[in-house]
Design a protein around this ligand. Structure first.
Ligand code: NAD
Ligand code: ZN
Length: 342
């Protein structure tokens, strides 16, 4: 099969021939239709310190995908060949207290498909049957291919009650933009999204009804005055990993405000904890999805009017993957979907 492989201990990915994975009794084999390029894949492509420490070489990468079941293991029940599916990309252990308590997303033995174990940038991927998420007919393969990051957005946005709240989102990458759409969908009042990249802010405004703010040029306090936010934003969703964005967020939140943090900083940074303490802010770290609860909520929201399709700005045949990675590296895009059937 064709697959995108981290074949060498250097920058790049290689489209090459790999054996089709053979499945165990509890696994399924999926023929991949479409895949999304994630920021994580860009780190792997560029081969930064994190990637070098984390990714085994050689390995097929990629974790955002949709396709069709073509084979089921002997012990698998309730999943049929031909079913259109995506899947939870975190493969968990089942022995920890968290997993046995049903809090699967907190299992400490979590391994990532396409990060720690072979991934989905291939014509076929195998995953545990437990991880499979069947897709409704009205969620097509390209939407199916971006459910993993939509799940990050949904997990973050639904961490706190947003009904009637004023929300500040820092970072208009694909996940920040999708979280803005979710915030609108569930009933936030004002949703302001900041970035330093005008292309991304313009995309945010196309995808959903948000107030885009170029934080390198505009003053957030002036925006708040315009919107009539006297005391600040109620909830912050940190989606950039940028220290300056977090600092701004702490300053612009109300007393008792809440922050859900998905953005991953490239290195440790100093925080003015005095402000956090005296404002009595709640800060919650967010990792992945709350597994199948998040998948349920996002599929249900897509079926009840949540529309994030415009966040997909490029659709490329897999042969053009290098162009996709180049656009991602430059930030000149939203989501990029690669077609494996072309
Ligand atoms: P992205 O890199 O595409 O978007 C981040 C955006 O933040 C960029 O558009 C960038 O221009 C912007 N930015 C930079 N400095 C800023 C500043 N000072 N203020 C406001 N915006 C600024 O990332 P993405 O794919 O949308 O993902 C969002 C973040 O979430 C990333 O940090 C990613 O690593 C992280 N992530 C975390 C998890 C998790 O499980 N915790 C999962 C997926 C992604
Ligand atoms: Zn991803």
């Amino acid at each position: 099969m064709k697959a995108l492989v981290k074949a060498k201990d250097e920058a790049g990915l290689w489209l090459q021939d790999e054996p089709v994975p053979s499945i165990g009794p509890d696994e399924v084999l999926i023929r991949v239709g479409k895949t999304g390029i994630c920021g994580t894949d860009v780190h792997i492509y560029g081969w930064d310190d994190w990637a070098r420490k984390t990714i085994p070489v050689p390995m097929v990468v990629g974790h955002e995908y949709a396709g069709e079941i073509v084979e089921v293991g002997a012990a698998v029940r309730g999943l049929a060949i031909g079913t259109r599916v995506s899947g939870e990309g975190h493969v968990i252990g089942m022995q920890s207290r968290a997993a046995r308590g049903g809090r699967f997303h907190l299992d400490p033995k979590t391994r990532g498909i396409g990060v720690n174990i072979p991934g989905a940038f291939a014509e076929f991927v195998k995953i545990p049957a437990f991880n499979v998420v069947p897709l409704p007919d009205d969620v097509d393969d390209e939407m199916g291919a971006i459910l993993d990051p939509l799940g990050n957005a949904v997990h973050t946005a639904l961490s706190f009650d947003l009904v009637g709240e004023d929300v500040l989102i820092t970072g208009a990458g694909p996940i920040g933009i999708m979280s803005a759409a979710v915030a609108r969908h569930v009933g936030a009042r004002h949703v302001v999204i900041t970035d330093v990249n005008p292309t991304r802010l313009a995309l945010a405004a196309q995808v959903t009804d948000v107030v885009p703010v170029d934080i390198s040029k505009e003053d957030l306090v002036a925006v708040m005055d315009r919107l009539g936010l006297k005391e600040g934003f109620d909830v912050g969703l940190e989606m950039s990993g940028a220290p300056a964005a977090f600092e701004e967020m702490v300053d612009r939140l109300v007393m008792g405000g809440k922050i859900a943090m998905l953005g991953i900083p490239t290195k440790p940074y100093a925080v003015d904890w005095t402000k956090v303490v005296f404002k009595m802010l709640t800060i919650k770290g967010i990792y992945g999805r709350e597994m199948f609860e998040t998948w349920h909520k996002m599929l249900a929201m897509l079926q009840s009017g949540l529309d994030v399709r415009k966040v997909i700005t490029h659709r490329l045949p897999v042969q053009d993957f290098a162009r996709g990675f180049d656009l991602m590296t430059k930030g000149e895009c939203g989501k990029i979907v690669l077609d494996w059937t072309a």
